[in-house]
Each structure stands twice: as C-alpha cells, then as structure tokens.
Design a protein around this ligand. Structure first.
Ligand code: PMP
Length: 450
C-alpha cells in the first residue's frame, strides 16, 4: 500500500504553506541577516532540514524548543543526540556557571578532569581516556592509533555507515569496490587505499577483507543508526570480535548514537569488549566534547609505539580540546545526568512511543516498521527489518519523509532531519510522547485514507 502521489504532494503543499504563514518573524530575521553566511546558514547542514527555511530558535529547555515566532515545540531531535539528556540539564548548567568564573581554556587538567576520568571508567569500563571536542575527531585519532599499532593501512567500515566527517569512513560500495562517496567536496585522494567497505551483517565479507592482512581496525556502530536503523544479527558482534582477534585487527566501537541503549552504551549493556571506545555528542550534556579510550593492553602497545616515534606532531589533538569547561560538564553529566534512573525513564518513554507509532502504522495498514535502540526510535517508511546499508538506502522515501517531518513540526513535534529519528529524554514525559503519536496518527490518516 503506497500513498497516492497527488495526495502526498497536496499534503506537502498545505504543510509548507502553514509553516510559512506561521513564521513572519523568522522570515524577517533571516531576510535581515542570513546572507552574511555562506549559503545563507551558519553551517550548511541547517539547509538540510525539510522545512521551507530554517527555524530560528529563541531558547530551549528540557524537551522543549521555542522559535522566535513563539512556537513551543516538543523536541524529539534534541540536537541529533547532543542534547539527548534534555536541553541544559540542571547539573550541567550549574557546572557551566561555576566554571565560567574560573577560566574557559588553558591546556592543563583540573580536579574535575581527574574525577571525570574516574567516572568515565565507572560508566564505560576499563579504558585509557582522551578528551576530544567532536566524535569526528575522536574517530580520526582512534584510527591513527590503530594504524600506528598494527602497521596496517586500512579501516574496515560498513556500507552506509557514518562516523563523522572522517575521510577514511566516507566511502561506499560500488560494484563491489570501495570508493569515495560521490557528494564529497574537494576529495582528491583514493579512499579505497585507506578503507574497505563491506555490508553490515555480512560475516563472510568481513572475513575476506580481514584475510588480506591490510585491515588495522574495524570501525563500527553497534547498531547502524545513520542509514535508517539496522540491527545486528544474533552473533554478529561476537563474530566481529572473534575474527578481528584472529586476524590481528582492532575493534573500534563508535557509541556516539548507541549511547541511547542504556548506561555505558550498547557495548556495556550487551557485554561487548572493543579495543577502542568512542563516545561523543551528549557525553558532556551538550557541551562540545567527545571521549575515546583504549583498552589497557592496547594502551600498553601504543605507549611502546609512542616512545619509539620520531619527534614531531602526532596528528592528534586540537588546541581547545580537554578544556576545563568540558571537564566540568563531563563530570556533571557522568555523575548526575547519565544515571540509571534517567535511562529507565527514557527507555520506558521510548517503548511507549514505539508502541504508539507501530499501532498507527498497523491501523492504516502501511507497509512500514519501527525500530528502537533504548531511548532512540525510528519509523521507516518501508518494510523491515533492514539488514544492511544497501537495503537502508532502498528503504528511503525522501519526499514522503520530508512531508511527514513538516506535518509533525506543524503539529508541535520536532523530529530529526535526514532520517525519521526521535529521542526520548528524561524530561520528555508521556504527554509529549502521546501528542507525537496522535500527530503521527492524524498525518497517516490524511495520507492513507484521504
Ligand atoms: N559517530 C557517529 C555514529 C555519528 O552518528 C556522528 C554524527 N552523527 C559522529 C560520529 C560525528 O559526530 P560529530 O558530528 O559530533 O563529530
């Protein structure tokens, strides 16, 4: 059962007109200032929201975001995970106020840093930590360590993955070959020299790639969250761990999104044992920060390599990373925000949301499905489950998804752009969840039943 094209385009036109009419102040503000920015926005992703023009935000708190036209939206996007624990959690806001009087950056540790280190180990397990500012950087540095320690050139990634704007991971499978993604700006290097892509859940392909002896590390999310949502088959992670050890490659888990799974991320919840763990986005409650950690045996191998390395820049680190504001926010988040109680609330809410969306899908008989990873929920406008990146690309319905996104926004619910993702924060609450479910149900009625 599909949505008739004329009904979809009429719905999308109505929603675009409603969005436009409801935002005179936003339109005026953009007309008065946006052209100073390249492409009219401070960061070009802001043009990728499926709205006629971007929202201009006045403030956000907890699970609510308010635009300058006074629209109070229930925020299920939450900065695409940066604010997964809600906007400005009170302990983080307090930590920022306190640190603001004591200096913002000085390239030296504080007592908060030492406490954050202890808390990181307590929450995520026994790793030797480094602080970066973005998950992109954390992944880049992790890959350097992997290549340095193994002496091998390539990272194995899964087709359809996203690990930040890390060159090596910006590849795709084309006719069985690993090539640069077509949309990359200014890409001149042959990324097939430093990466090999295979399909998620394809263990024989992983084994064949590892058997070349060229792979320094497998870099993977525990669940693919950046091309719809693709769950691992039973036994997939055990096989990755076993094969990587057998072939002398490292295993890097990027938990930047799957931190939604529960305390310590998917790996801790499911008993996985990576060599390197990466977590970014919400790890410091919304303050730009990321962490990467090496398992103790790998840390020892790296120390030996580091001692023998010639003088000169390591190619890792950035000037403003590991600053005192990050330490203060990391400490506050790990100690007071990333708690079992908050995770329990978030996961219960996400279960309720997933059940509500699934019920609407079933009611109208849409051939769609819903996937949940802890506090993270996604509806996919195609049958499922999806097993790999290629299937996920084929499941994508850009026009339909854009219309749904806008329809939800006009009904007071903001979900993620790029894909149909929703996060439930500790501040979200059942009223907001039920409002989103009702809005989704109303839109599905209009699309499927006219
Ligand atoms: N890893 C994963 C799994 C991500 O989804 C993202 C961003 N969506 C990143 C890394 C990069 O995060 P950032 O943009 O904060 O560097």
């Amino acid at each position: 059962m599909t949505v008739p094209a004329d009904r979809l385009s009429a719905f999308a036109a109505r929603e675009r007109a409603a969005f436009h009419a409801a935002r005179p102040r936003t339109r005026k503000a953009l007309a008065d200032g946006a052209d100073r920015f390249l492409g009219g926005v401070p960061m070009h992703w802001m043009k990728d929201w499926p709205t006629p023009f971007p929202l201009v935000v006045a403030r956000a708190k907890g699970a609510r975001i308010t635009d300058i036209d006074g629209h109070r939206l229930d925020d299920f996007c939450l900065g695409d995970t940066g604010s997964m624990f809600g906007h400005s959690p009170a302990p983080v806001a307090r930590a920022i106020r306190k640190q603001a009087r004591r200096g913002l950056t000085y390239m030296l540790p504080t007592k908060d840093a030492l406490e954050a280190g202890r808390l990181l180990t307590d929450r995520f397990g026994d790793f030797r930590w480094q602080i970066a500012t973005t998950a992109t950087d954390a992944n880049r540095f992790a890959l350097r360590v992997a290549r340095a320690v193994t002496g091998r050139p390539k990272v194995l990634v899964f087709n359809g993955c996203y690990h930040g704007t890390v060159d090596e991971a910006m590849v795709t499978l084309k006719d069985g070959r690993t090539v640069a993604r077509p949309g990359l700006v200014g890409q001149v290097a042959d990324l097939g020299l430093t990466a090999v892509a295979v399909e998620f859940n394809d263990i024989p392909a992983v084994e064949a790639a590892l058997a070349t002896g060229e792979v320094a590390a497998i870099l993977t999310e525990p669940v693919m969250t950046n091309c719809a949502m693709v769950l691992p088959d039973a036994g997939f992670h055990d096989a990755l761990r076993k094969l990587s050890r057998q072939h002398g490659a490292l295993l890097i888990l990027d938990e930047t999104h799957t931190i939604s799974s529960g305390l310590g991320g998917y790996g801790r919840v499911h008993g996985l044992s990576p060599d390197i763990l990466v977590v970014g986005k919400c790890v410091a409650g919304g303050m730009p920060a990321a962490v990467w950690g090496l398992a103790p045996d790998l840390a020892a191998r790296f120390a030996a390599h580091d001692a023998a390395r010639p003088q000169g820049h390591s190619g890792m680190g950035t000037t403003l990373s590991a600053n005192p504001m990050q330490f203060a926010c990391l400490r506050a988040t790990l100690a007071e925000v990333m708690t079992p109680e908050n995770y329990a609330t978030m996961k219960a809410g996400a279960r309720r949301l997933a059940a509500g969306l699934s019920a609407s899908i079933a009611r109208v008989g849409a051939p769609w499905h819903v996937v949940r990873v802890g506090a993270r929920v996604e509806y996919i406008c195609a049958p499922g489950p999806l097993r790999n990146g290629t299937e996920a690309v084929l499941a994508h319905r850009p026009e339909l998804e854009a219309a749904l996104h806008l329809g939800l926004l006009n009904r007071g619910c903001l979900i993620a752009p790029f894909h149909n993702m929703m996060l439930v924060s500790p501040a979200t609450g059942t009223r907001r969840i039920d409002r989103l479910t009702r809005a989704f149900d109303d839109i599905l009625s209009q699309l499927f039943q006219g």
